[in-house]
Design a protein around this ligand. Structure first.
Ligand code: ADP
Ligand code: MG
Length: 746
């Protein structure tokens, strides 16, 4: 069956060559029970390892069933071992964390047998070695003799023609040893059993042949009993372990050593938390940087703002506005979006104090005010601004006790409808130096929206045969409303009388053309009355004007009825500002609006970051990548230490016939189970946090800045990391021949 011809084995270690054995010539047949003896270091174990295909040889030729093996590669040896060899060792090499049953089952599973077929076979073998009582006992709890009997049962389970036992009785007392030898003798009837022993007397009565080694050479080879020459059996036709069984084994290995599982789980939890923490910090910074970007078109750079128009550029109907407002994730709809970008001035009546900013609906103010209180009526407002602002910092009292007037056009007109009082102050996040934002009641916003279109339209007044275009005549022919003026009429300043024949404009007609982004409208009006600084109070009811500045302020204004004004300027809602609730859902909201037939522009997409912010981002990305790599290596070394105890497991299963590939896969499965557990525990905690069942501020940050895609990306990173970790570990563990790997462990 096996023939060695001038075979030598050398060891190379640290530049020194040592001989394991030299020029050995031996032949073994099925049915033999061979004892190899000799003093320690004579090469017995080395010879067994070579015969077992666990170690390579350097010289000569070994024949298996007449075939040469010197050209064998790793895979051929694996195949040979699986078909032909079962090993029994002095130190048993059982898996201590498995039960007797599991140890024997393992061999069968690794060799592709199905669970159904396995059970009877395993129990039968356990009975054969007389351990039925202990079938569900962990091997670590057995005595030495019992352990060796488990090892024999395991060797038998493999159903191979050759059993090789290296000092199987070396660790056993006399009685146990005898039991083991008898058992081996039984087996040897239809197999080849080779046993190495120090104690020849112990086996003398049973063996059929004695080989004595000395100094790496065969000193004596004596046949004691002739054995019947049996034909060489073909070897065990093994199959490969099924995927399901790999998974089952992987699961068993994950949990059967509690301390190892807990340590691994802690390491993975650390990886998950560190990655989540770092990545969410990165996301947060990116988000903040983006938010603090600027552009030259929009004043209100609130990232929750979406500008919405109809695709056909027509005006919105009431129903459409309602429908949009009622959508999920929509907080507030600003009917005239132009207002959001209008820089308005905010002054005291005597103009002692002047500040400017944008106005917003009080509904969009989030959280509590930092100073003062929330408004209680429509004429009370909140100011949002930088904490480092001169007024908002220590001098807020100055702002809080005065009446202010809002005006759209940056002039300092004082309109009592826009008389407001600051009752509360809120600070922007640190480092945000945006303009003031004035949070006003909806009724105020409505009135401002009423006027805003005039600011955005080109108004051409055809007055007595001449066109006065608002782009040129900025202070003349401005339009304003007054309830006293009848519909279709206009009241003009006395100063305009000079434009008319005989300085009398009364009863004359003129036309106004309004041209803006959305429409063009024309109106004919009849001049009805003229006003001057003395009668303006009586006619128009205007009180708060400064007499000295009357000329400048009022003489350019044409007063018309609100109905006429609306016909010119408020022909409908063409562009609205939608403010959403949850920024994380903005993409969904945009999609929904687009599906409903609206054109959208998210303000967050219009912001330009300064190059330093961009550079910061790149730097941060590099830092994150370095961190991930560092983390990988730290974890690799920790996991390597934790798995040190697993090395013997993997050596053993390879000796039992698992291929390198299978061993690797088992390791991958094990690490993936732990990493998945750690990951999904984190996700579970995150969900609990979101539902308010838990309050972990670190996880709140993660929740705030993470989208589903981020979770997915991190899952992929963590899974990939586990995979690479196990690959790296496996390639290290399995880089050498089975015996070398094993030697490093024991
Ligand atoms: P035995 O089993 O008879 O006690 P071994 O086969 O273990 O002897 O060893 C035979 C010889 O090979 C000894 O001289 C031993 O020092 C040497 N040897 C065994 N294993 C190694 C090894 N891994 N590296 C170097 N030399 C070794
Ligand atoms: Mg030895």
């Amino acid at each position: 069956m096996i023939k060695l011809k001038n075979v030598s084995k050398f060891y190379y270690s640290k530049g020194v060559i040592a001989a394991g054995f030299t020029k050995v010539n031996l032949e073994f047949q099925i049915g033999e029970f061979v004892a190899i003896t000799g003093e320690s270091g004579s090469g017995k174990s080395t010879l067994l390892n070579v015969i077992s295909g666990l170690d390579t040889y350097e010289e000569g030729e070994m024949y298996i069933n007449g075939k040469e093996t010197s050209h064998y590669i790793e895979k051929d040896w694996e195949d040979y071992r699986r078909k032909n060899i079962a090993n029994i060792y002095q130190n048993f090499n059982l898996i201590n964390s498995y039960t007797v049953y599991q140890n024997i089952e393992l061999v069968l599973t690794l060799n592709g047998q199905k669970k159904r077929e396995v059970k009877e076979k395993v129990l039968q073998l356990i009975r054969q070695v007389d351990l039925y009582r202990f079938r569900n006992t962990k091997v670590s709890k057995l005595s030495g003799g019992q352990k060796q009997r488990v090892a024999i049962a395991r060797a038998l389970a493999k159903e191979v023609p050759i059993i090789i036992a290296d000092e199987p009785t070396g660790n056993l007392d006399k009685r146990s040893a005898e039991g083991v030898i008898k058992l081996l003798r039984e087996i040897a009837k239809d197999k080849l059993v080779i046993i190495v022993t120090h104690n020849y007397e112990q086996v003398a009565d049973y063996v059929t042949r004695k080989i004595t080694m000395h100094d790496g050479k065969v000193l004596e080879d004596k046949t004691l009993k002739e054995v019947e020459k049996l034909a060489s059996p073909p070897g065990n036709e093994y199959k490969n372990i099924s995927m399901l069984n790999k998974l089952k084994l992987g699961i068993r290995n994950t949990f059967n050593i509690a301390s190892k599982f807990i340590l691994l789980f802690l390491v993975y939890s650390f990886i998950v938390c560190a990655l989540m923490g770092e990545y969410s910090a990165f996301r947060k910074e990116e988000y903040e940087a983006k938010k603090s970007g600027y552009n030259y078109i929009f004043q209100d750079t609130d990232d929750k703002r979406i500008i919405v128009k109809k695709k056909d550029k027509s005006s919105f109907s009431e129903e459409e506005l309602k429908e949009i407002e009622n959508q999920e994730n929509i907080n507030y709809v600003l009917n005239n979006d132009l207002l959001a970008d209008q820089y308005t001035s905010f002054t005291t009546a005597n103009q002692e104090l002047w500040i400017g900013g944008t106005v917003k609906s009080i509904h969009t103010l989030k959280g509590k005010v930092d100073i003062g209180r929330m408004p209680e009526n429509d004429h009370e407002i909140i100011i949002l601004g930088s904490k480092e602002d001169y007024y908002l910092n220590n001098n807020y009292e100055v702002l809080m006790d005065k009446e202010f007037y809002l005006s759209l056009n940056n002039t300092d007109s004082i309109d009592p409808t826009f008389a407001l009082k600051v009752v509360g102050i809120k600070y922007l996040p640190e480092g945000d130096y945006s303009d003031y934002q004035l949070y006003v009641a909806d009724s105020i916003l409505e009135k401002m929206q009423f006027h805003i279109n005039q600011e955005y339209s080109i108004i051409t007044v055809l007055f007595m045969g001449k066109n006065y275009d608002s782009t040129v005549y900025q202070n003349d022919f401005k339009l304003d409303i007054n309830e006293s003026v009848p519909v279709g009429k206009a009241w003009i300043s006395e100063d305009y009388q000079s434009y008319c024949a005989k300085s009398n404009c009364l009863g004359k007609n003129f036309s106004i053309t309004v041209d803006n982004l959305y429409y063009q409208e024309k109106k004919e009006l009849t001049i009805d009355k003229t006003y001057n600084k003395d009668n303006i109070k009586n006619l128009l009811g205007l009180t708060n004007y400064n007499t000295n500045e009357f000329q400048e302020k009022y003489n350019g204004i044409i007063y018309i009825n609100p109905e006429d004004y609306n016909n010119l300027f408020n022909k409908g809602t063409y562009q609205i500002g939608v403010y959403i609730k949850d920024i994380n859902k903005i993409e969904n909201t945009l999609q929904t609006l687009n599906k409903q037939g609206y054109d959208t522009l998210a303000i967050k997409d219009t912001l330009v970051n300064s190059s330093s912010v961009e550079a910061m981002r790149i730097l941060k990305t590099i830092v994150t990548i370095i961190l991930v790599i560092t983390l990988f290596f730290i974890c690799y070394f920790i996991i390597k230490i934790i798995l040190k105890s697993r090395n013997s497991y993997f050596s053993i299963i390879r000796m039992l016939g698992a291929s390198k590939k299978v061993a690797k896969q088992l390791l991958v499965i094990e690490l993936l189970i732990v990493s998945n557990l750690a990951y999904f525990l984190f996700v579970l905690i995150a969900i609990f946090n979101q539902r308010g069942l838990l309050h972990i501020s670190f996880i709140d940050t993660v929740n705030q800045y993470f989208h589903f895609s981020d979770y997915l990306l991190l899952y992929i990173i963590i899974t990939l990391m586990s995979y690479l970790l196990s690959q790296k570990y496996a390639s290290k563990l399995f880089k050498s021949s089975v015996m070398n790997a094993y030697r490093e462990e024991v």
